[in-house]
Design a protein. Sequence first.
Length: 506
Amino acid sequence: MCEDQPSEAGIGRRAVFVTGAAAALTLGSVSFASAEGRDRERETRTVRGTLPPGSPDFVYVPVEVPSGVREIRVSYTYDRPPVPAGTPGNALDIGLFDERGTELGGRGFRGWSGGARTEFFVRADDATPGYLPGPVREGTWHIALGPYTVAPQGLSYEIAVTLVYGEPGRTPTPVYPPERARGRGRAWYRGDCHLHSWYSDGRRTPAEIAALARAAGLDFINSSEHNTHAAHAHWADVAGDDLLVMLGEEVTTRNGHVVALGTDPGTFVDWRYRARDNRFGRFARRIRRAGGLVVPAHPHATCVGCNWKFGFGEADAVEVWNGPYTPDDEVALADWDGMLVASVREGRAWIPAMGSSDAHRDPDVVGSPQTVVLADDLSRRAILEGIRAGRSYVAESAKVSLSFTATGGRGGHAGIGERLRVDRDDPVTVRLEVTGAPRCTVRFVTDQGVLFTGAPLPVSGSGTAEWRTTASYASYVRAELRHEAAAGPVPGALAAFTNPIFLGDR
């Protein structure tokens, strides 16, 4: 940064105000010279301050942008003092809102990089990944700071804001990936719905992710960057007849993360609220109005702000398995099974489960795990319908394939996510066919618990398990495929699991 850097330039009185729902701290404005008083091509102002422990979730730095600005550039640093063991240190996120304001769910959003970048720029014809290109219009812009964690000593920061003057470029018309790929008609399609590129905190380009997805045997993926939709216009070149690219966002709040899955291109979903603000329902409806699904992600993850606290009343599905199988996934699976039990006992709708890699960078494996969906076509609409209906299972890789059915009554037949309508005492045969899972063990889980455990599959990885029951004994049956006890980070870690088949008339 260059010429003009006065300390605390243009900073006035601090104030606490309410934006939408969450309390936020706003500082006095950073001002620049008007066109009449300007004698240089660019100007920089530097802002310094300290945030104490217990600061609001968001701190806004207003920037008064005059006319004639071609580009706005922002860079920032903050201190990272040593802290006692077990105490969070400093972590400061950053983003940008334009002259249209910071209203919750409003139109002013211009980008968010969280803690992934120390600088960014926005101009009409280009922007840093995670930010939206467009004109830099006259008015009050806001740099948004998110003190994710603050050390006991406080968080001291420095922000440099540079305005570059000149004629603006032309904003490109966004081109989005097609909503349909070639497909195989009604078939099982494999996908990974939770991925990160360099448009948020990932390290891979869309092209690199698409190549890895194809190598992993995937048919579809979903763009899910943290708190930004800036990647949506950068996937068209890597989609194709063999790979459907859906668009979305990982809405990363302080009380848990939710994947907005398969939304309309250009859909932005705000994240600046907590469970106590009673605003999540509004944005869940925003996701569904945009054609997407509401999918709480890694609900029992242990990272700060990751544990899901909004409840599941708005969920269309839940991400039970996230990346390499770990103890928090085992807890999520058990919690989901408890929700299944409650749904059959109370006669209410159930929530399907799914799994995704949440891959960010090497060595994260795209497509591990993956959700395998029975859909009428390889299109956004058909894939989302299959996920919403629970016609899916989750596998650790494309090597694992399952066929899970229940038969009984007068020739009745049901598959994953369906109901076999039989009388309470009619015999029912449950059958699981497996390939690609050497030495794994089959378990059948019901609302009464684990009622069948098979012998380990042979080293070929292929085999069949059958079990007989009745609707009076099991309201639903789902299958789990688990590794030998010594394999993986969790004893008996999952290789695959299915959504349930329901038994009976209810």
